[in-house]
Structure formats: structure tokens, C-alpha cells
Design a protein around this ligand. Structure first.
Ligand SMILES: [Fe+2]
Ligand SMILES: [Fe+2]
Length: 258
């Protein structure tokens, strides 16, 4: 089985890039399942019901999220609908709407959020231990998106989950890392998937405001880059159907002009 995991899709430029790139990849790479990081789908902050289904139509099967999942009211009312293909990080306190894991499809998917320089959440390590202890997802490959800032936290989670899940991929930094590997226990690992967004940007946002914030110390409203050279970052994982273990992981990165 072949799974593609796509990095944070930023704004309408990111969505248009997905629509241009993903349908062809789905066909050319003979993909069985696509997991897409959607926390920045709508204007760079959060996601809406419409932008979610735009991505599903383009070839995504399920959308994971992160710290920006709460930014748009529109999507919050849908998060509790079991048919809605969006996860929010599992280790947000349970009082929040939504779910952090889904085993409805051919791949069981878990969404976690890190705590180093991201926020105050329950432990992602304990949260996934609790989930897996109950035999959740048994019989299916398990794919985990750890949405986290610190490379160390993601690498540590890789070792924590080695042999227990098929793949752990990090997201959130919007910067792709070159460390794809299969860990000794058979778990595919990458520290960060990267993003789908404008190349002439600061992690997908116009340089003017993003650089300006560093130069002046004064925050201005960020705007996602919507045209020009665009980056599509993703990782493909090949799973052995019998063992459920990963046998290959490689970067699938594209550049297009919008
Ligand atoms: Fe993001
Ligand atoms: Fe994030």
C-alpha cells in the first residue's frame, strides 16, 4: 500500500497548487491513501468546510490539523460529525470538539501536537500510548502526524513509536527535512513534511509583513503568497500489506508556477 502525506497547505495558492499537482501524483504514483495537513487551508489560518472538500475532491482522503484548527468558526461545528474527514490533535484537552484519530479508512490516522514552543497540551506521548494500548487501529497501517516545532520532540516521538506504527511524520514548521528513514523497528520517519505554498515567502506568508515583524517588533497581518513559484512538499510511504510495516519512505517534492 502506498500512502502520501502532504505538508501544511497554505491559503488559496497552496490549494490551487494541490489541485494542479495531487491528481496527477495520485495516478502516477498509484497512491492508495492521501493524508493532507490542512491547518492553514483558509487564508493561511484555519480551515473551512468548503476548503476541506476542495482538498478531498483534489485527492486527499483525510485532513490533519494543528494549532490553527480553531481559527475559523465555520469548521468547528463540523468537527464532531464522524463523517467529516478532519482530525484535530488528539492531545488537546477532551473538552474541545472533534476527534484526534480515525480508523474508518484503509489507514488508521492519528493527529498529535507537540508541546515544545507550541503550547500547553496533554502529553502527546501519553495520549498515543493510551490510544494504542486499547488495540486501536489493529489490522491497519497506522499513520501519525505530529504537529510540532522542535525537531528533537519529533525525533523522540519517532523512537517512542518505532515498531508500533507504520509512519510518523512531523508537520508545523513548513520546512521540509531531508531525514526520511525507516527506523529499526519498521516505522517510517520524517521530521517535517514541509508545506504547499509560495517559495518567495516566509513559511508561506508574504515577506513584507513577516520580515517587517522581525525588523520592527510590531506584528502586522500576514497574507499568504498566492502566485508565483510554488512548492509542493510531501512524502510517500510504502507499507507491506502483510506485516503493516513500512518498507520505503521517500520525498515527493514539486515546484510549479502559479
Ligand atoms: Fe502550519
Ligand atoms: Fe502549526
Amino acid at each position: 500500500m502506498r500512502i502520501l502525506m502532504v505538508g501544511d497547505v497554505v491559503g488559496s495558492g497552496g490549494r490551487r497548487t494541490v489541485k494542479k499537482v495531487l491528481p496527477r501524483l495520485r495516478h502516477d504514483l498509484d497512491l492508495d491513501f492521501v493524508i493532507l495537513q490542512g491547518e492553514n487551508l483558509a487564508g493561511g489560518f484555519g480551515l473551512t468546510v468548503e476548503t476541506v472538500y476542495e482538498m478531498i475532491e483534489a485527492g486527499a482522503d483525510i485532513i490533519t490539523t494543528g494549532n490553527h484548527v480553531w481559527d475559523k468558526q465555520d469548521v468547528l461545528r463540523k468537527l464532531d460529525d464522524p463523517q467529516f474527514p478532519v482530525l484535530r490533535p488528539l492531545n488537546y484537552p477532551a473538552a474541545n470538539p472533534g476527534r484526534g484519530a480515525s480508523s474508518d479508512g484503509p489507514v488508521a490516522v492519528v493527529n498529535l501536537i507537540g508541546r515544545v514552543w507550541v503550547g500547553e497540551f496533554d502529553s502527546p506521548f501519553a495520549a498515543i500510548d493510551d490510544l494504542l494500548a486499547g488495540g486501536w487501529g489493529r489490522g491497519k497501517p497506522i499513520a501519525v502526524d505530529l504537529h510540532a516545532e522542535a525537531t528533537s520532540e519529533k525525533i523522540a516521538m519517532g523512537w517512542h513509536l518505532d515498531g508500533r506504527v507504520a509512519v510518523l511524520a512531523g508537520t508545523h514548521t513548513h520546512v521540509a527535512t531531508a531525514d526520511c528513514r525507516i527506523l529499526p523497528g519498521g516505522t517510517a520517519y520524517v521530521t517535517d513534511l514541509g508545506m504547499v505554498g509560495g517559495m518567495d515567502s516566509v513559511i508561506g506568508m508574504h515577506t513584507e509583513e513577516a520580515l517587517g515583524r522581525f525588523l520592527t517588533g510590531v506584528g502586522r497581518r500576514f497574507r499568504p503568497v498566492e502566485s508565483g513559484p510554488m512548492r509542493f512538499n510531501s512524502v510517500m510511504i510504502e507499507i507491506d500489506d502483510d506485516s503493516g510495516r513500512a518498507v520505503a519512505i521517500e520525498r515527493v517534492d514539486r515546484e510549479i508556477e502559479l
